[in-house]
Design a protein around this ligand. Structure first.
Ligand code: SF4
Length: 520
């Protein structure tokens, strides 16, 4: 259980200001489950708490004063996991008077008051639509010595207007929309995050510019269905225009987005990707199933032919594009023939990576009550065949890059073996993970000079199914402002309202849906 913390000096939240007394600041820890939306929401939760005077707990120190669980509702056993964690925290709380526990996110939106009924030692429950209320709810719970449960049915303010504590100096998420107007039968998002709400293009571009001014090189535009962006203000070409507008931002080197929906994918987006130099040639487009019957049962209104047609056009416009996907195996009613269709599409699409999920019932979704739920062993066996097929293809696709020189944005936390192997790691423009050697041809180590956020060009010498190695000397190294910030250990805080500032940490680089969640 990731709780750990400590005390620092600072203003005590809720304590009177300006009395000249130095108080011990209360510390917080945010525990995040689920998809990129939740990861980005947790950046906002941290930003809000820091604006309110809390400081982030140091993991090796004592117990934090506040623990926030930002939950996910997509897993069958998500609630068991939450209540297990809450149960383990109870004796900790008993020993630390004044400690507070808050539960937010999708499971909180779904279970509401049940959470404090089942775990009465929880102080605050807040939903996906009112993240901004968290500091006030904590204060009110403390003052009244009673639990506060506040769930809204619709968004009060667009979450991007909240202060944000960014986790990376060089890469940032930027929300373009929240919610979803689709009704995929396996998905809980429409029930918990509501209808799609689009942010104004000017607000999005201002946030991107502010991030770039802080040294950020890469931005990932985030929405449940980025291709339907503009539906609220009546412009079905708004997403392609937004990509092109990002191309005009000086200093922005990489633009990514996640996730597009094949149903709404229009040709102008492909043209915008191909014609805007800073838009990366990587596309994460969820397939879910290659069987048209299963797609119909999932209520996903494209068919495999359309899906493959989009890939064909993307490849024609950008032959170097890396295409990644999400696939669910074992959806209710899926036959062996349906599964074979998925394998056919996988072979034809030649994905560079795929997030594969075994279907599991998600309470509150239509698919959870469908007949023909498949036995676990059937799902497992198909899943293993799918993983083997995907690996064979991704490995073959990766091998095509051996001998190529690629541009790598140096990352934090991408290479678990780096210390042992003397390598550093980062992502190529197409999103592939690259581990690279840092010795020059003369045997000098550049490890002390290359910083997270810098750009390195290096030549691929070896391909594995999930990463590439570059074991020769780097071809070039460019120091960047993001690297300067990382080197300085700069951890800027949110100035007040609206936009967050980046801090050093793990990058939100590649499309990386958390298990079974970012299935759009
Ligand atoms: S899977 Fe994606 S597109 Fe479908 S309802 Fe959920 S969020 Fe919307």
């Amino acid at each position: 259980m990731p709780v750990g913390g400590g005390h620092r000096t600072g203003r005590y939240p809720g304590s009177p200001r300006g009395r000249g007394t130095k108080r011990v600041a209360r510390t917080y820890n945010v525990v995040t489950y689920g998809c990129q939306m939740n990861v980005h929401d947790s950046e906002r939760i941290s930003g809000l708490l820091e604006q309110a005077g809390y400081v982030r707990a140091v993991p090796t120190d004592d117990t934090p004063d506040i623990v926030v669980f930002n939950t996910c509702a997509v897993r069958e056993n998500a609630d068991n996991r939450l209540y297990g964690n809450l149960g383990r925290l109870r004796p900790v709380k008993d020993k630390h008077p004044g400690m507070q526990i808050a539960v937010g996110g999708c499971l909180a939106q779904k279970d509401r008051g049940d959470i404090v009924r089942k775990a009465p030692w929880v102080d605050v429950v807040f939903g996906t639509h009112n993240i901004g209320a968290l500091p006030v709810l904590l204060e009110r719970a403390r003052h009244n010595a009673a639990a506060e449960v506040e769930i809204l049915e619709a968004l009060d303010v667009f979450p991007s207007t909240l202060p944000t504590r960014r986790e990376s100096t060089y890469a940032g998420w930027v929300s373009i929309s929240v919610g979803c107007n689709n009704t995929c039968t396996f998905c809980i998002v429409p029930a918990l995050r509501g209808k799609e709400k689009d942010r104004r293009p000017g607000d999005i571009l201002s946030e991107v510019r502010a991030l770039v001014d802080e040294g950020v090189l890469e931005v990932t535009l985030l929405g449940q269905n980025v291709n339907s962006y503009g539906v609220e203000f009546g412009d079905r070409y708004a997403f392609g225009k937004l990509l092109r507008a990002c191309g005009d931002i000086d200093g922005l080197e990489r633009v990514r987005f996640t996730s597009p929906h094949p149903k709404d994918f229009t040709d102008d987006v492909i043209a915008a990707m191909a014609e805007t130099p800073n838009v990366c040639h990587s596309l994460h487009m969820p397939l879910q199933s290659g069987s048209d019957d299963v797609l119909r049962a999932m209520r996903r209104s494209y068919r495999s032919e359309r899906y493959l047609g989009i890939i064909e056009k993307v490849r024609a416009a950008m032959p170097d594009a890396a295409i990644t996907t999400d696939i669910i195996v074992g959806f209710p009613g899926e036959t062996e023939a349906d599964f074979q269709r998925t394998l056919d599409v996988v072979r034809e699409a030649r994905f560079s990576s795929a997030f594969t999920f075994q279907y599991s019932k998600r309470p509150g979704t239509p698919a959870a009550t469908m007949d023909d739920q498949l036995p676990k062993q059937v799902v497992q066996e198909r899943y293993e065949r799918l993983v083997a097929a995907v690996e064979e293809i991704t490995w073959a696709e990766n091998k095509r890059l051996v001998g190529e020189t690629v541009e790598v944005l140096v990352a934090v936390g991408e290479g678990r073996k780096d210390e042992r192997t003397g390598r550093m790691s980062g992502r190529a423009r197409d999103g592939r993970l690259v581990h690279f050697a840092t010795e020059t041809a003369d045997g000098e180590s550049l490890a002390g000079q290359i910083r997270p956020g810098d750009i390195v060009h290096t030549t691929i010498t070896y391909a594995a199914p999930h990463h590439l190695n570059a074991d020769g000397a780097p071809v070039a190294h460019r120091r960047t402002r993001a690297g300067d910030a990382a080197e300085a250990g700069r951890s800027p805080r949110t100035p007040g309202v609206l936009l967050g500032l980046p801090t050093i940490g793990a990058p939100p680089v590649a499309p990386a849906p958390a298990a079974g969640c970012a299935a759009h």
